[in-house]
Every structure is written in C-alpha cells, then in structure tokens.
Design a protein around this ligand. Structure first.
Ligand code: FMN
Length: 314
C-alpha cells in the first residue's frame, strides 16, 4: 500500500499513536517496526519529565482514561538513545514534540534537524494532561498558528510538520485552518477527550490527576467526525487519523472520511501486534472494495453516490 506523510513516502499508511508504545521498544517483539509507516514517539519535551500523580489509568466502557502527562526522557535522551535504537531497526520515527511555550517547540524542532531516521514532526499542541487547561494551544486558533509557524521555521525543511489537534473545541475547522495557514504540512486528529471517572467506593476521582484523556473505541465517532469536517473544509491538507482504531475496517472508515494515514494507540495495550495486523486488514479491505490504490479511497465517503461510477467511483 503506497502511502505518504506530508509528501514523504512511507511503506504503510498505518503508524503507532503517540504515547501508547513509548519509542517502539515494547512492540518490537511482536512485529517488524520497519514494516509500518512510522513509530510516532511519546511526546518529547526539552527536559525529562516524570508525568502526573498515580493512579494514571482507568478502564472505561469501550476505552480507557489516562493522566500520564508528558512523562519522558527529554530531547537529550531521545537523541542519544531512542532515535538511534529505532534507526538501527530501519524504523522511521515521527517525533512528537510538546512544550509549554512557543519557544520550547521551536527549540525542539531545531534540535531534531538532521537527526537520523526522523520522518517528520507531530506537534502536540493538544495534550489534555497539563496542569492548566490554559496551556492547551489547540483550543485557540491564534495560539496554535503561532506554535506551528515557529516549528515550521525552525524544523528541517525535509521534515513534514503535523499539528495534533484536540476534539475539545467548538470549531475544530478553524483551528485546523489556522495551523495549515501557519505552515503545518498536515494534521493529526484526534488527541484524547478530557474526561473524568469517580470511584463509587472512595467517592473520589480515580485518577491522581483528577481528569484524564479518554481514548479507545468510545471516541471513534468523534474522531471520524473531526476528520470528516476538516477534510471537507481543507481537502488538500493531509490528515493522520486516529481514535479507537482496532481493525482494518475501523482504519478504512478514517480513510473514507479523508485520512491519508492512521495511527493505532489504545488497541496496542490489548494486542501489541495491532499495527501490523491492521495494515494487512486494511489492504485486504481496500482490495475487496476494488481500490487498486489507497489514494483512490481517501475521502471517498464525501462523494455523492451519483459521482461514483460502479462501486469504487474511479
Ligand atoms: C496512555 C496514553 C498516552 C498518550 N500520550 C500521548 C502523548 O504523549 N502525546 C500525544 O500527542 N498523544 C498521546 N496520547 C493520545 C494518543 O496518541 C491518541 O491520539 C489517542 O489515544 C486516540 O487514539 P486511540 O484511541 O487509538 O488511543 C496518549 C494516549 C494514551 C492512551
């Protein structure tokens, strides 16, 4: 399946989702990391971080809620250990970066210039697990645009830059458009939805961080709606779609809504081979529906039935 991320060719339209498999090591025993489009890294910051208070995960109906926060080794650790490890396996890294100021994002992008095995950058402006909701850049089109413009200016010109958006906004299209206008080469959708679970025995919030990010199949219709709306408004902007993808048919829904590639997150906790399995299932599903190329299926659901000749509209 030929696919691309921001114009750069990748061997598969299936990637991992940031934060659900650190830097790929956990998945390495289960499939060849070089066989998927890229490992999207856990969001990395300038300095190592320990994340939020425990407990940090809870199961919910059809999904989970987490308040990990941006735990990680920082950019030094990423450059010294994680990226060389991925490159040695022939795997591509789509590096997720996060910060609390525009300058942090720009510095991270600068530090990643020329790093080996880096496919591009995913700019996490939408993490719900920050102490102050005021830090969620992706809730505001102007703040999002400022970060994306700074990253695009600082990043290696060969690295596509994707903005990762939150569904927790009234109008996601306005944020998407601001990011694209500021120079983002693509959009990743969606980050987790802000949620809350209360333990009825202790009668207190389950998570140490009180609120957390909801993910998994429960969020899939929301994610699909976001991909649909943004593709409708900005059909030429590449989309990396994610949110509750567990099977090839789930991935196909995102492609038909307008995504050119997909990320698999929560599903790997239950099935660590899910990215490779979903690649095979998606290829089969496209073939069964008569699509010779992935590109012919991207955004197909937007076409009026009369525009389609036969089953596949080509
Ligand atoms: C445990 C966990 C940690 C996550 N950490 C990050 C992160 O560091 N950066 C980020 O952009 N998204 C993070 N996410 C969000 C996922 O990348 C993804 O956008 C979201 O979970 C929806 O996809 P899914 O339903 O397939 O998991 C995290 C999600 C989970 C479940």
């Amino acid at each position: 399946m030929q696919a691309s991320i921001g114009g750069r060719p990748v061997v598969s339209p299936v990637l991992t989702a940031s934060g659900c498999s650190s830097f790929g090591q956990e998945l390495d025993p289960f499939f060849d990391l070089a066989s998927i489009g890229a490992v999207v890294t856990k969001s990395v910051q300038l300095r190592p971080r320990s994340g939020r208070a425990t407990p940090r995960m809870a199961e919910t109906p059809s999904g989970m809620i987490n308040s990990i926060g941006l735990q990680g080794p920082g950019i030094e650790g990423l450059l010294a250990d994680e990226l060389p490890w991925l490159a040695a396996r022939g795997a591509q890294a789509f590096v997720s970066i996060a910060g609390s100021r525009t300058e942090d994002f720009a510095e991270l992008a600068e530090r990643l210039r020329g790093a080996p095995g880096v496919l591009g950058l995913e700019v996490n402006i939408s993490c719900p697990n920050v102490e102050s909701r005021g830090e969620v850049f992706a809730c505001n089109p102007d703040a999002s645009a400022e970060v994306l413009a700074a990253v695009r200016a600082a990043a290696d010109p060969a690295h596509p830059v994707y903005a990762k958006l939150t569904p927790d906004v009234t109008d996601i299209v306005s944020v998407a458009r601001a990011c694209a206008d500021a120079g983002a080469n693509g959009l990743s959708m969606i980050n987790t939805l802000l949620g809350l679970v209360i333990d009825t025995d202790t009668m207190r919030p389950v998570l140490g961080g009180v609120t957390g990010g909801l993910s998994g199949p429960a969020v899939r219709p929301v994610a699909l709606r976001c991909v649909w709306q943004v593709h409708q408004a900005l059909p030429n902007v590449p989309i990396l779609g994610m949110g509750g993808i567990r099977t090839g048919l789930d991935a196909l829904q995102f492609v038909l809504a307008g995504a050119g590639a997909v990320s698999v997150g929560t599903a790997v906790f239950n099935d660590p081979s899910a990215p490779a399995r979903i690649h095979a299932e998606l290829a089969e599903a496209l073939g069964e529906r008569g699509f010779g190329r992935l590109a012919d299926a991207i955004g197909y659901a937007h076409r009026a039935p009369e525009e389609s000749s036969g089953r596949h509209g080509r």
